[in-house]
Ligand binder design. Sequence first.
Ligand code: ZN
Length: 353
Amino acid sequence: MKWKLTVLAALLSIGAFAQQSDDHRVIVITTDGFRWQEVFGGLDAEIVKIKRYHHGDSLRLVETYGGKTAEERRKKLMPFLWSTIQQQGQIHGNRQVGSLVNVANPYWFSYPGYSEILTGQVDVQVNSNEYKPNPNTNFFEYLQSLSAYRGRVAAFGAWDAFDRILNEKRAGFPVVNAFDSYQSYVNTKDSDLLSRMTKESFRAFGEAEVLDVFTHFQAMDYLKNKKPKAMYISYGDTDEFAHEGTYNHYLDAIHRVDAWIAEIWNFVNTDPEYKGKTTLLFTTDHGRGDAIKSEWTSHGEKVKDCHEIWYAMIGANVPTLGEVKTAEQVYQKELIHKVAAAMGKTFSSQKRE
Ligand SMILES: [Zn+2]
């Protein structure tokens, strides 16, 4: 009899735990190639002075994002990060106070960075932005394999490579990328309009990447109407504008992403299905140059400091640490495991061609 009670107690406790963690929601957000230097220091006073980077827009930039201290400047640039997330979550990667966050892969560009974030490990064979569909399973694919999450997982990406990075065919959840027809994935009141606007929008970055505003509005529409339990959103304007050397657009893009995260978090906190049970991770795929100032536009193996990144978390089971000012070394490949732990899950990527 005694063992029966023990078994029953064990079953009950497993049941209680599983029920609790299976109700957990997750939103992972990335913005491509956004530097930790601006996350913690705001507008860069040296870059903004250079005409080929401010393009005649320096007065407005200084008026909008300028300030005497780093704290003042960064809060103007990212008011949501430096209020709600600072007060209720955690922000890592300010190297000036000892918080080090780095990519672990040796390449320092997008596909390897996203693969590291989403699969929680480094595969050195993933070495090109044109790499084939990812043989490594990702965290969202793992969630999709669980009955509690199946059919409740979705990804939205400005860049069309996410079909391969997340291996949409194998993973089995919608990966709505670039100029994909949103309407072909979902039928909501606004899906037709969103699809048409996306299709007919100005192709500022060519055929492979759409402006973030379209990705965001699709993701928001999906979040409100389809209520996914696990969602990934990847913005790309920051990287594109940085490569172009338009510091004005780069700063405006991040200011907009910050406002969008505020919008998403506000929705989470007003919807009973999400409130109190959602964990949010916000990070980037790689950094950009800084030691040689002109290299802020660039990244990759030849740019010596662009493996330096940052991340922020907020929400369920995320302790309030604010801006982390204690010595630490965190790698990009650890981030999804921190999310998994907050959800009461353990994930380990598998190779599946
Ligand atoms: Zn880039």
